[in-house]
Design a protein around this ligand. Structure first.
Ligand code: HEM
Length: 540
């Protein structure tokens, strides 16, 4: 709640610059006109001296407007670019964006010491101040292997056992949240949907990362959710002040917005206990092994340079922040899309009941192809992030077309714009729930779901079927070697959240025409206060 408030107020502050900007633009236009008409002369030199600071000011204000209009600025620059790399100015640097697969692959192929994902993430998150002095390297190399193995291999492999437990917890969570909403008619309750989804994602991720005990500890979960708001607020403020103030201001802010510290302390206790349990097990004590990310990271910790308690806690907190934040906003956007297209809800309900959760669990959450395609179409049209494959330039780098990028700049891809390119996507601006479904799967679905043969439910372009977790046709999960290692888990968890919600409740937006999103930098976030009506279904 507070995040939206703070980001909105930061946005208003940025907009205050608008009137200054108009005056500055007028004066700098005058400067341009004088120079164009008369060329440089002694009299004009005088004007130049007076007006050139204004030209600088205009550029600064334009860069500041990126804070509140980032996605629109990127879209406009993309449309002018004709597929070539293009750049946009932000308050702190320049972002060079690419929108074709050749150059996206060049980003992936660049050495980490030249284009660094971790250095960009460090700039966004300010971990020194927001994550208890976490000093992470710009270059990860093989040092990142324990986390990669944990998410890509162990967590993905454990999904068949984990998913039923997560679902059980989520059913209880949704029922309990429903009870806390205000009753506005017989059995119909009203409240904000985003906090419910955020709570569901947080509980599910806590179960997967830290085990069932912490996932059911309300104090820990509250701190974990608050920590995301606090991290965003502290990092945003620090990014906007000169770096000389970072250390004292960072300390001042993190002493007050201290949920990160509460979370760190709880995790430090838990991870320390796991190390003690491991020692006791070695001595022959019968202490069962846990199945969660803490345990798996310990298993894959490098023998020559083992990760200690602090390193494991820091890595887990960094993944927690990134994953809860993006998965909850993505799931919320999908729920908004379901409310806008109530005709999809019944189709997806029937797919869930025809398939059965047991089969879903066995597949590790990778089936429900209609839901999969719906989620992909939702994220194609409404991605939370307008950029992907974000890297900070550490050494000068040249793309094959000659475009050079300099240290301090970022290079990124432009998924929001690419996702609506009519040369790539047929009926690019339309929502087609079955866009990514294989024709034979749709044919089969027509045997158990009525009314699917109409025009409305067609596949707009055959031969484009692909799954939500696929990397090849969109930039949702980034690129190649740095692509999202949590995507199989994320896909399964979002399917459970949507599936449980629509099969157990009727939901609709209180005001379908109210504004639901606001933008901040490259993100388009759902408002945390958007209200829904929710009613338990009879057969749930
Ligand atoms: C809808 C939800 C999610 C989206 C859209 C998403 C998207 C992304 C993107 C775009 C990247 C950067 C890739 C690149 O720059 O090339 C990334 C990286 C990453 N994601 Fe996700 N992610 C999601 C959920 C998760 C979850 C739930 C986890 C953990 C279980 C996770 C773990 C990671 C990790 C560890 C990385 C860094 C990969 C590396 O450096 O090797 N993500 N994700």
């Amino acid at each position: 709640m507070f995040t939206a408030w703070v980001l909105n107020h930061l946005a208003q502050a940025a907009l205050l610059g608008g009137s200054c900007m108009l005056a500055t633009i007028a004066l700098s236009t005058l400067l341009d006109a004088v120079l164009k008409n008369n060329g440089p002369s002694k009299g004009n030199d005088f004007l130049l001296v007076i007006l050139s600071p204004l030209v600088y000011l205009k550029a600064r204000i334009k860069a500041l407007s990126f804070l509140v209009q980032g996605p629109a600025i990127i879209q406009a620059a993309y449309e002018k670019s004709n597929g070539a790399p293009f750049s946009v100015a932000t308050p702190s640097n320049t972002i060079v964006l690419v929108s074709d697969w050749k150059r996206i692959k060049e980003i992936d192929a660049a050495p980490e010491g030249t284009l660094s994902l971790l250095a960009a993430a460090k700039e966004v998150l300010q971990p020194k101040h927001t994550m208890s002095d976490f000093t992470w390297n710009d270059k990860r190399g093989s040092d990142g292997a324990p986390l990669q193995m944990t998410l890509r291999s162990r967590l993905a492999g454990y999904l068949p056992s984990l998913l039923p437990r997560i679902r059980q917890d989520l059913c209880a969570l949704f029922d309990q949240r429903l009870d806390t909403l205000a009753e506005v008619a017989n059995g119909v309750r009203q409240g904000a949907i985003f906090p419910i989804i955020l709570g569901a994602v947080a509980q599910s991720n806590a179960h997967a990362f830290f085990g069932p005990e912490l996932a059911r500890d309300p104090k820990f979960l509250t701190a974990g959710i608050k920590m995301i708001e606090h991290t965003l607020i502290i990092a945003e403020i620090l990014r906007m002040v000169p770096s000389v103030f970072s250390t004292p201001l960072g300390k001042f802010l993190s002493d007050r917005l201290d949920s990160g510290k509460v979370m760190t302390e709880a995790l430090t206790r838990e991870v320390s206990q796991r190390f003690r349990d491991r020692e006791l097990r070695k001595e022959g004590h019968e202490i069962p092994e846990q199945n969660d990310c803490i345990e798996w990271i310990m298993d894959h910790s490098p023998r020559h340079k083992p990760w200690g308690v602090t390193r494991i806690v820091h890595e887990l907190i960094a993944v927690w922040f990134g994953s809860v934040h993006i998965a909850s906003t993505t799931a919320c956007a999908a729920i908004f899309d379901l409310c806008d297209h109530p005709e999809f809800v019944d189709i997806l309900r029937q797919e869930v009941s025809h398939t059965g959760w047991e089969a879903f669990d066995k597949s590790g959450g990778q089936i429900l192809p209609l839901m999969d395609s719906f989620m992909k179409e939702s994220a194609r049209l409404n991605p939370i992030e307008s950029v992907s494959s974000r890297r900070k330039v550490l050494r000068p780098f040249g793309f094959s077309d000659g475009t050079m990028v300099q240290p301090g700049d970022w290079v990124c891809s432009a998924p929001r714009a690419m996702n609506r390119n009519p040369n790539t996507w047929s009926k690019a601006d339309e929502f087609h729930i079955f866009r990514f479904v294989k024709p034979e799967i749709l044919q089969h679905a027509q045997t158990y779901i009525e009314g699917l043969s109409s025009e409305k439910f067609m596949i707009p372009e055959a031969g484009k079927s692909s799954s939500y977790t696929d990397l090849t046709d969109w930039q949702q999960w980034g690129t190649g070697k740095a692509s999202c290692t949590g995507r199989w888990y994320a896909s399964a968890a979002i399917k459970i959240i949507l599936g449980v919600l629509i099969t157990r409740y009727d939901i609709k937006l209180v005001n379908p025409t109210a504004k639901r999103y606001f933008s901040w930098r490259t993100f388009i976030y759902p408002y945390q206060s958007t209200q829904i009506l929710m009613k338990q279904r009879n057969n749930s």
